[in-house]
Write a protein that binds this ligand. Structure first.
Ligand SMILES: Cc1cc2nc3c(=O)[nH]c(=O)nc-3n(C[C@H](O)[C@H](O)[C@H](O)COP(=O)(O)OP(=O)(O)OC[C@H]3O[C@@H](n4cnc5c(N)ncnc54)[C@H](O)[C@@H]3O)c2cc1C
Length: 329
């Protein structure tokens, strides 16, 4: 029987059990959300033992070298001892700078880091973990370039019975303190030597947030190939940033924006349709073998479309995904 040592207690680990599940089963207060090795909100620090590489995948090298690991991905084969990270080691402090409804179901949240240089290593489109004043931590994708002034913009969907989003929509006020952890994720623009490469970006709902950041970054870095952004939602009222995206398309001849919705009213750049089908049709207009594709938002949507674009000839190394996996039981 393997044991997990935590805060001067020892807990027997069930067969195949993760560090996170063992801690939760024993009523320990640990942050977690996706339980899929994505959000990094369940970080623990190893004490006198080495976490397996699976539990450290995607973590910054500074975190890996100091024994941090995702508790949800760590299934110990020996006795292990872990402690919770100290906030000072992982987080930077910030404040709510602005709150703005983008539509009935999406809130724009702007957080200002107290130290304006604190977010200097955040690539537009990566995600950060935000901790609200009640200690609820969730992952949100950057919709802007926060490297410039430590001001980070997020687009957050209202989620029924959601702890973080309910707080945000009903109680958050300008000036509230926030802790910020990260960045993480590989959904960002890389200005390599192929500036002619076609870029296809597809997202549903707040999946637009990282895509908006990536498009702006690619254009700012002088990307010359065609950039096509497709946004899907249930109705036109649930789309957002349409004016901004149209303005971008008007000023950059290599950028195009379109939207698909299930119900009307429709117009020139907002058609009825299924976002997966529309994305595959859009991909057919570019050389798929050369294209770089970014897919963000609802996990089922991202997973299905990822398979489809791969089958249409996009190389897996050129497919970048951020499925917005929610907390699971
Ligand atoms: C990499 C990544 C990036 C992300 N980026 C974004 C982003 O840019 N924008 C965005 O909007 N989201 C994003 N997300 C999702 C985000 O992290 C949260 O999961 C989401 O906002 C919901 O959080 P919440 O605290 O409001 O809901 P939670 O409290 O986590 O609840 C999640 C779900 O569980 C259900 N639930 C909760 N409590 C109960 C209960 N007692 N009984 C039954 N059901 C319950 C809720 O109804 C809800 O459906 C991202 C996720 C990941 C992993």
């Amino acid at each position: 029987m393997r044991t997990l040592s935590f805060q001067d207690e020892q807990y027997p680990l069930a067969s195949g059990e993760s560090v996170l599940d063992c801690l939760l089963r024993n009523q320990q207060q640990v942050s977690y959300s996706c339980k899929s090795g994505l959000c990094q909100s369940c970080l623990v620090q190893a004490v006198d033992c080495l976490p397996p590489s699976r539990a450290t995948q995607g973590l910054k090298s500074t975190l890996q070298s100091t024994g941090y690991a995702m508790a949800c991905q760590w299934h110990p084969e020996h006795d292990v001892c872990v402690k919770l990270p100290t906030d000072a080691a992982l987080s930077v402090q910030g404040r709510v700078l602005a709150l703005q409804r983008l539509n009935a179901v999406v809130m724009k949240l702007v957080v200002q880091a107290d130290d304006p240089t604190a977010l200097a290593d955040c690539r537009p489109g990566q995600y950060l973990n935000l901790v609200n004043p009640f200690g609820v931590m969730r992952s949100y994708s950057l919709a802007n370039d926060a490297r410039l002034d430590g001001r980070a913009e997020f687009h957050i969907a209202a989620t029924k019975q959601g702890l973080f989003s309910n707080w945000l929509f009903n109680n958050a006020t300008v000036g509230d303190s926030m802790q910020i952890r990260g960045p993480a994720g590989s959904c960002f623009y890389v200005a390599d030597d192929n500036r002619q490469q076609p870029l296809l970006l597809v997202g549903v709902g707040t999946g637009l947030a990282p895509l908006y950041a990536i498009v702006n970054d690619a254009l700012a870095q002088g990307h010359q190939g065609p950039i096509a952004l497709l946004h899907g939602a249930s109705t036109p009222a649930n789309l957002y940033y349409r004016q901004e995206l149209r303005a971008l398309a008007n000023t950059h001849s290599n950028f195009s924006y379109s939207a698909v919705v299930l119900d009307g009213p429709f117009d020139a750049d907002c058609q009825q349709g299924d976002a997966i089908k529309a994305a595959v049709e859009l991909l057919a207009t570019v050389a798929a073998a050369q294209a770089r594709v970014y897919l963000c938002g609802n996990p089922g949507f991202v997973q299905t479309l990822r398979k489809q674009v791969f089958l249409k000839g996009v190389k897996s190394a050129n497919i970048f995904c951020d499925p917005f996996v929610e907390r699971s039981a």
